[in-house]
Design a protein. Sequence first.
Length: 433
Amino acid sequence: MTRRRSPALARCALVLTLGVPPLGATDYPTSDYLTGSWGGARDRWKAAGFSFNLSYASEPMVNVSGGEVQGGTYADNIGLDLLFDLDRLLGIPKTSLLIKGSKRDGLSVSDEFIAPSEGGISFPVQELYGGQNVKLANVQFNTRLLEDRLDLAYGRLIANDDFLRSDLYCQFLNNSFCGSPKPVFYQNPFTFTAYPVAAWGARARYDTPSRVWTVQLAVYDGDIEGKGGDPASRNHNQHGTSWGWGDNGVTLAGEIHYHVNRDARDALPGVYKLGGYWMNGDFAEVSSTTGATTRGSAMGWLLGEQMLYRAEPGSDLGLWGFGSVVFSFTNETNPMPWYFNAGLVYQGLFPGRPRDRTGLAITSGWFGDEVNVARRAQGLAEKDYEAVIELNHAFALGRGITVQPDVQYIIRPAATGDIPNALAVGAKVVVNF
């Protein structure tokens, strides 16, 4: 009897086949990837259902003026993303599996030099600093239904991949932009996740048939560090490999998007978002000096991004603007109850360099009265606000390499008024392999 291979196994076998020529233009041009398509192998793997991306990013920064001490550090991240098209590989319709891993090293110039006496500033100038170790992030399934208008994500998810997010934010190095406005991460225990930290969860995103409105809702485990609602406990999930469900409630998040001129070639597109989250676990009372906790924490936000000028119809070249406001509903658990940012990003500002991007942005956040109750009781200076102005230009050099000189001016570092305004200068270097 002749045994026939299943279509799924045949597709898997194609992944290992190197003799079949790639079809059409490559998805891995040397303009975007240091190592290109590997002679067409990466295109063949992708056609069979498997793709990956390996990247290295580094952010050397120096505090050149102000702050407490002059000096510099670097922070870096090695990222590995694996994407499996389970429809092509296993015949599971409209479903994919994304796995992300991260390795981070380095120190924070904000902690070491700008404001070491306060344990760092409110808005760290290097977004790559945080969780300096090896970490497993997303292990995420996605299923698309209703002509791809309904997207379901489930598994180990990152909340900031979907909520309070703008693709313009990571033009900037300051951590108050990339990955997201900082106030949503200041609760103790930490429960709203950003790369490379993930949590068990499920998210549904629905585009209306007109594609003018988008609605998304999600639920996440509220105890991603295994603290069980104890703010003084250590992080029990340093590497993202402790996969038990926690013991501090859940995080519920929702967002509504209104799209303007979506997919238009002539008109200027934009999107405006209203969202928020509610956490029902136990959190530290920011006014307490005895470790007291209270139940529940909630924040909301408004976010908009709008193209302001387009060089020609259908072109990506032009000027975008963005802005957001974040506010607290539970000031007893949220140290920074008010926050805003605003900025401009121009692609192709200089003739002959259509892939370069130039960014200018400002951010500020205000601490609440509750924080200062505790600080006064401990004899510490009160906090009011901190602000950052950032200017940069990203040079796309080809071969997957981007070099981005960056300047940040930090106003009232650590928000006390006791530390001189600081000037940090550095760069971001990214290599996609």
